[in-house]
Design a binder for this molecule. Structure first.
Ligand code: COA
Length: 415
């Protein structure tokens, strides 16, 4: 079967998480992704968080499937000459070095355009142009600078980062979309272009609803869907809302049977307006259906805490899967809090290819997250991540180097 990005060749100059997330997705869509790594150690994540001595870490393997790996010292003249050949034969260069690193290496946008005017140069940086553009940035810095941390956590606690890697993987996703759009535009213009996804911008994009709320707050001084309402004072910035949805459909995380010993015996419960009568019936409060204090969404906003406390009395009598089964009979939106263990063992996620078991020659079998984007005419087959430099000779030969030239470059420490 053909793949959506068949024929697209990516010079993958990425490392750590954000860039590799992007190029892994492109590889899953069928692009030929050639990962260029420093000779010696390669991508630093190969050795980070290692769970098996001498084996590439799960951090690395889970972000670099379906790629080829080439080692190359791109700071030495002979290495630069190889990189130039790669630039001439690739469609896209993806990089997430610290600001200025590519320029210092001699590969400015102008130079790349000279070598290949069709090349798309796609970058992840921590910040866009402005006071922080030269800063190095990791995941949690982006979460803090992009508005996520100030709006996450409980009202009486400090700002909080989330386990979802919205700064790294989230930015990689944004960049992948930019690359595909630039490839599409190139079909009509014949030109490459620069594509930038800044981590702060990507996190902010994912926190769009909080900027919505900032403006609502400034206009009205109050946000009735937030847990601060009606008893507490609102300040001048969007507060942390705990587990409240903060949106049009109030929701909360509620305890289920076993919560005393199981840290994940909880369910997210949404009191969608359309199913309010069903909610009342399920919890045994049928009088609330017509009671003026509870009957309308607006009236309920004054009583969300006692309403959820009453619903929790009911959810505590059942385990989270029983709660889910009962609520789904009434179309009441809800979601069990699933642990990573439960997710890893969930058969339906294996069947769809969202969780995939991979065999690796050094580390053996491991689980990974497959392509979350499913396409009917471009199926993803996840293949293992490459060993460091596994494809150096193969790629060098494709670039036209002879066996002798390859051996000489290796002897010189270039590849
Ligand atoms: N051959 C020779 N040198 C190479 C090379 C190769 N194949 N690949 C990279 N290098 C060099 C770079 O040119 C750079 O050299 P320089 O500092 O002398 O110019 C050096 O390796 C290190 O690159 P750098 O990106 O600064 O790595 P770092 O480990 O110091 O910083 C980050 C890591 C992630 C903080 C930084 O890359 C960054 O801010 N990236 C942008 C934001 C980002 O993606 N953050 C999220 C990461 S998940």
């Amino acid at each position: 079967m053909s793949k959506a990005l068949d024929g697209v060749r990516i010079l993958d100059f990425t490392h750590v998480q954000s860039g590799p997330t992007c190029t892994q997705l492109l590889a899953w869509f069928g692009a030929d992704v050639i990962k260029v790594e420093k000779s010696g150690d390669g991508d630093a994540t190969r050795a980070q968080l290692r769970d098996i001595p001498h084996a590439d870490s799960l951090y690395f393997t889970m972000l670099n499937h379906n790629k080829r790996s080439v080692t190359l010292d791109t700071k030495k003249p002979k290495g630069k000459a190889v990189l130039e050949k790669l630039i001439k034969t690739c469609d896209v260069m993806v990089e997430n070095f610290a600001p200025g690193a590519l320029d210092r290496m001699g590969f400015t946008w102008e130079r790349i355009q000279e070598l290949n005017p069709r090349m798309i140069v796609a970058s992840v940086k921590g910040f866009g142009p402005g006071p922080y553009e030269l800063c190095k940035v990791y995941e949690n810095v982006a979460q803090c600078a992009g508005g996520s941390a100030s709006t996450t956590g409980f009202p009486d606690g400090p700002p909080m980062v989330t386990g979802a890697q919205i700064g790294d993987s989230g930015t990689g996703l944004h960049l992948a979309l930019g690359i595909v759009a630039a490839l599409y535009q190139r079909n009509s213009t014949g030109r490459g272009q620069k594509v930038l996804a800044a981590m702060q911008d990507s996190v902010l994009n994912l926190c769009r609803v909080k900027l919505r709320d900032q403006q609502r707050l400034e206009r009205t001084g109050v946000m009735k869907e937030y847990p601060q309402y009606p008893d507490e004072h609102f300040g001048n910035a969007v507060p942390r809302a705990g587990n409240a949805s903060g949106g049009g459909q109030p929701g909360s995380i509620l305890k289920c049977k076993g919560w005393e010993t199981d840290p994940n015996a909880y369910i997210y419960f949404i009191t969608q307006a359309a199913v309010w009568p069903a909610v009342c019936k399920v919890i045994g409060e049928e009088s609330w259906i017509d009671d003026a204090a509870y009957a309308t969404p607006g009236a309920r906003l004054l009583h969300l805490k006692p309403i959820f406390a009453r619903i929790e009395q009911w959810t505590k009598t059942k385990d989270k899967f029983e709660v889910m089964e009962i609520l789904n009979q009434y179309d009441i939106p809800c979601g069990p809090i699933l642990s990573m263990k439960e997710i890893a063992e969930e058969p339906s996620l294996r069947e769809t290819g969202t969780i995939v078991e991979i065999d690796h020659p050094v580390r053996g079998k491991y689980l990974t997250v497959g392509n979350p984007i499913k396409m009917s005419d471009s199926k993803t087959e996840v293949t293992r991540s490459p060993l460091l430099g596994e494809h150096t000779d193969e790629v060098m030969m494709q670039l036209g180097y002879s066996r002798e030239e390859i051996d000489e470059l290796r002897a010189d420490g270039i590849i």
